[in-house]
Design a protein around this ligand. Structure first.
Ligand code: AMP
Ligand code: ZN
Ligand code: MN
Length: 676
């Protein structure tokens, strides 16, 4: 306990002297704000003092006066920080992002307005349904027209699948179930047709529709390329489409806003089978970016499952059925880049070029699975129908924004890693994930890239309580992404809120006195003292400034404290102190708390032993009490003094006085403290 007090004193010693910072007053800082905030802090300190008094430990006293003064000084520092940041915030602040701050397609091609980069649940983007059997849900239209009002009024966070009925009512089509006995071999690779404008796309759609008109059906293979590195939601970068006779590569960027309406004529037409490999993601990207839904999907991934193939990847099917290979490295290439290299185009083309042939071969194999006498449930095409059923499930997948359900996504991460954490850590992790998500939205960047999950787990395990600790847990200054660097304090705040060491304090204003009464709830001992350091305060300064006048006017009012708590989203001034001074609030408070516990213990001891057993050689620490102290403390003081005098004469008292004298002399020499 003494060592903690020593540490606090040592901490105080590290603070700059008042005159060292005197010149700062001349800075055009927000002097009024400093004063007012300072008053609040001082009232907190007064409150603490009234709670525990100036307490002596060994030959050092907790220097409340000094704390007050140094707080004063540091607040000035803080104000300068505020000031600096205010000036910065005049110009629109462009978030710094490492490497990934390349221009985004939505800005280059002008479709940023349709990207739902906000905290609302995802709203389906389609305006009307083609090949509809039921009308488009009116709720979707309502939400599209007035998103914020809609979600305020309605408690839903997910809409029903717009094509649910159409997909569910679809029965297996003959043109899917009947496989020609002789399959045409795949075509040779020839350069694909690039589609970059509405006319070209219109032509393609017309061609497919003409085929439907002629044959009663059509078959296409589809695949998407996607980028999830450079934006929060991710973006579809390419749509590859192959017919039996031609490969097409659709660049969605210049077509973004028309693409959904146009391609819906193909994608929601049940007479056109859409062959994908592993469509689970594609289905959701098409919904998110274009409001496209797939009616009549055949997913070769599900076919490979039904066939119980060794592997289920597209690469495996390609080598099994076509004896071809493809370069996997392009899978993670940056598909937003334009123009695309010939190699990238070729890679993209391969993903659909062979797929209709593979579709034929797989249907053949699925048919062979039905043994002659084994008409499973009297279904002659049992296995193909199984694939269609699974494919239906895939096409019924609903896109959800990543922000929703952090609980759920954490559960998934934990399951994947077979990791277990206690419920408190779980809650903390969810809070950190939520914060990371919010930053993702704010900067339009993928949270998993600027702060990978393992780091979050590290934070939950180590629970850093200072910016320095936090930095080192995140791999050190150099390795921290700029987004995180700019928001370290936010993470620290979340961590401190979950930190059991931080006391929950309720500050209540007393009407007549100028002191503040503090009620302490649960507190756990043990503190770690860190070198003192001002944390960069990156609060919303503009907002703070606007409400600053209120703080000034209503100083010493409860609502003032509420206001500050609200501004900094801090539950208590101590947490606020922590935010300002890197854990100082906790440190001071812990020391105070321990002092008060010691005092209480002392009272008990005094009561119990009634001093009789005390040997003259024992040295008792006496608290030095001020007139503002609580009655209980005064009582203790008087009782102690009386008992001591009664039992042992003046010996101890004299020694106590001598120490007192020495201390006064010391503090006259210097306003610093020494630890003995
Ligand atoms: P695919 O269906 O294989 O053509 O992949 C579609 C998109 O999914 C790619 O453009 C990538 O954005 C993403 N993707 C696929 N595989 C991976 C992977 N192994 N790692 C990261 N991203 C991938
Ligand atoms: Zn794909
Ligand atoms: Mn692909």
């Amino acid at each position: 306990m003494q060592s903690h007090a020593k540490q606090v004193v040592a901490l105080m010693n590290q603070l700059p002297k008042k005159d060292e910072l005197k010149f700062l007053e001349k800075q055009p800082g927000n002097k009024k704000f400093i004063n007012e905030t300072n008053k609040v802090f001082i009232s907190v300190i007064n409150g603490l003092r009234s709670l525990v008094g100036d307490v002596q430990i060994n030959q050092t006293t907790i220097p409340f006066k000094q704390i007050e003064e140094t707080l004063d000084q540091f607040l000035e520092n803080a104000a300068i920080q505020f000031d600096k940041m205010n000036k910065l915030s005049v110009a629109p602040k462009q978030p710094q992002v490492q490497k990934s701050n390349q221009p985004k397609p939505k800005d280059i091609y002008g479709f940023a307005d349709v990207i739902q980069l906000n905290k609302l649940p995802f709203i389906p983007v389609l305006k009307c349904k083609q090949y509809a059997q039921t009308e488009l849900d009116q709720k979707i239209i309502e939400a599209q027209n007035n998103p914020y009002q809609f979600f305020e009024k309605n408690g839903i966070d997910e809409f029903t699948h717009p094509y649910y009925e159409e997909i569910m009512r679809l029965t297996p089509q003959d043109f899917v179930l009947d496989v020609p006995s002789k399959i045409n071999r795949f075509r040779d690779l020839e350069p694909p047709i690039m589609i970059r404008n509405a006319d070209q796309l219109g032509e393609l759609i017309l061609k497919i529709q003409q085929e439907v008109d002629q044959n009663g059906y059509s078959e296409i293979a589809v695949d998407l390329e996607h980028n999830h590195q450079i934006s929060y939601l991710g973006i579809t970068c390419l749509i590859q489409l192959s017919t039996r006779t031609q490969d097409y590569i659709i660049d969605p960027f210049p077509l973004w806003k028309q693409l959904g309406d146009m391609l819906s004529a193909v994608f929601s037409n049940p007479k056109i089978v859409k062959v994908f490999h592993g469509a689970e993601n594609d289905v959701q990207w098409l919904q998110r970016d274009f409001g496209l839904y797939i009616v009549n999907l055949f997913d070769t991934f599900h076919a490979s499952k039904e066939l119980q193939l060794m592997q289920n990847s597209f690469q495996f099917l390609l080598s099994e059925y076509c004896k071809k290979s493809t370069d996997k490295t392009y899978q993670t290439a940056d598909w937003t880049q334009r123009p695309l290299s010939d190699e990238m185009v070729k890679y993209a083309q391969i993903d659909t070029h062979y797929l209709l042939y593979i579709y034929d071969r797989m249907r053949q194999d699925l048919k062979k699975l039905n043994k002659p006498n084994e008409n499973l449930n009297n279904v002659p095409n049992y296995y193909i129908e199984c694939v269609l059923k699974r494919s239906k499930e895939t096409s019924l997948k609903i896109y959800k924004k990543p922000l929703q359900d952090q609980d759920q996504s954490l559960q998934i991460i934990l399951n994947k890693q077979d990791r277990r954490i206690d419920s408190k850590s779980f809650d903390l992790m969810v809070k950190l994930l939520e914060l990371r998500e919010e930053l993702g939205i704010q900067y339009d960047q993928n949270p998993r890239y600027f702060l990978p999950n393992p780091f979050l787990f590290k934070l939950v395990e180590s629970k850093p309580t200072s910016i320095q600790e936090l930095k080192s847990q995140l791999g050190g200054e150099k390795n921290i992404h700029d987004i995180i660097k700019e928001n370290l304090w936010q993470f620290l705040k979340v961590l401190l809120e979950f930190d059991e060491k931080v006391p929950t304090v309720e500050v209540m204003q007393q009407e007549q006195q100028n002191t503040t009464q503090i009620q302490i709830e649960e507190i756990q001992p043990s503190i770690q003292v860190e070198p003192l350091k001002i944390i960069q305060i990156s609060v919303n300064l503009q907002k703070f400034q606007n409400q600053n006048t209120k703080i000034v006017q209503h100083s010493f009012q409860n609502e003032n404290i509420e206001l500050i708590k609200d501004q900094f989203q801090c539950e208590s001034p101590f947490k606020l102190l922590n935010v300002f001074y890197d854990g100082l609030g906790t440190q001071i408070f812990q020391s105070m708390k321990e002092q008060s516990q010691q005092q209480k213990q002392l009272v008990e001891e005094v009561e119990q032993q009634k001093i009789q057993k005390i040997n003259t050689s024992d040295f008792i620490q006496l608290p030095k009490l001020e007139e503002t102290n609580r009655d209980q403390s005064k009582e203790l003081d008087i009782r102690l003094n009386n008992t001591l005098q009664n039992q042992h004469g003046t010996k101890i008292l004299k020694r106590h006085q001598k120490i007192e004298q020495q201390r006064t002399q010391k503090s006259n020499i210097s306003n610093r403290f020494e630890i003995l």
